[in-house]
Ligand binder design. Sequence first.
Ligand code: FAD
Length: 390
Amino acid sequence: MPKRATKRGAERTPLERDADVLICGASFAGLAVARELAGSGARVLMIDRYEVGERQTSACGIPTAWLENLGLMGSHQQTFDELVMHNPHTTVRYQLPYTFSTFDYRTLCELLREQGSDAEFDIAKVEGRTGNTVHTDRGDLTAPLIVDGLGWRRILGRGENVQPPDALLSRGLEVHPEGAGPDLEIWIDRSIVPAGYGWSFPADGEVRVGVGSFDPRFHVKEPTVRLAEDLSRDPVRFQGNWIPHKLRPATDDGIFMAGDSAGHCLPLTAEGIRTALYFGLACGRELRAVVEGRQTREQALARYHGFSESHRFPFDSMLRVQRLIPRIPPRLLAVALRGMTAQRFVDWSFVHYLKIAHPDFALDGPHGGRFAAGRTGTAARGAQPVGAAA
Ligand SMILES: Cc1cc2nc3c(=O)[nH]c(=O)nc-3n(C[C@H](O)[C@H](O)[C@H](O)COP(=O)(O)OP(=O)(O)OC[C@H]3O[C@@H](n4cnc5c(N)ncnc54)[C@H](O)[C@@H]3O)c2cc1C
């Protein structure tokens, strides 16, 4: 049994204070914001309902260069230079122009937390907001700069939030049996999920097998168990969540939204870790310019909003492809998957895909490449990240 680190009962004493920056949510997005504020001299308070790294939120697959450039290779588990795609009529292997890796969630969060250790951290459950005051189960917290890194619920947004199954959300569920395997695998198969995909991501002694449905009404527990059993994996240690698949405004009523709260997860692939890191870094840099007196809060809101919006085209395009794929007859899709193995096409498409939230973005900002590990051949052969000049 994992040790419960989160404070409970009598340990939850009142927490009432103000800060220069209040970061709500201490997962990928929130921790990236805190990192960019380190050394700024700002009083930064970060809160989460759980201890940092306590609750894994994903299969933890990411382009390796993101781990390298952020100095997070200490969390690295397994590297893949191919992607294996299955449909009922074919299996194809794509030789990737850069590698993906799986990582250990707790270790990554702890490493990122160390880089932003100037921020004070406490455990509290966010319940709502009035103006610049965030209401938590331990009291009210006030700050002129507030970040919502709380995930898909977008708790600090204005008004009532759209709830599933009506929101533009996908369902994701996976199991974490012990085991090993060499390949990063994806299944596009209507017998598993009518709109979505199944996956198997090996990670150094465990294999993360799951199913994501782009239709929030389609339940994924039974297909997840079936896929695991088909792969001779034990359907044990479930973890799942809703996954947003539409970009939403990254600022709302004076609040900065980063990661899933702004729909920063890529709609076609449900890859939301590097984008949460990327937009978290961008948000942190804007906030740093405010606390250092280089711009006003309003300027930061406008610039960050514009930066996020500058990515709308690739996000919307991927949403269109997400909706198109389930309409393609499986035999035709098999032909298309085979046709796309041409190396020039693979390089072109994956490099463009990487550019949406390019790992070199991690080398900019106040820390530069200070934490970066040496590149290990994952070279992001490509140009600047989308919106880099914003
Ligand atoms: C099954 C599954 C597998 C996935 N696999 C991958 C993958 O392999 N690669 C990839 O790139 N993406 C993957 N994703 C998507 C990815 O997990 C998310 O896009 C990513 O976690 C978003 O990061 P975030 O920091 O915005 O939000 P989250 O990681 O969701 O973090 C939100 C934080 O806010 C805290 N919080 C929430 N509510 C409250 C509250 N009321 N009070 C206080 N704290 C609160 C939570 O405890 C959490 O720490 C997967 C998603 C699922 C569901």
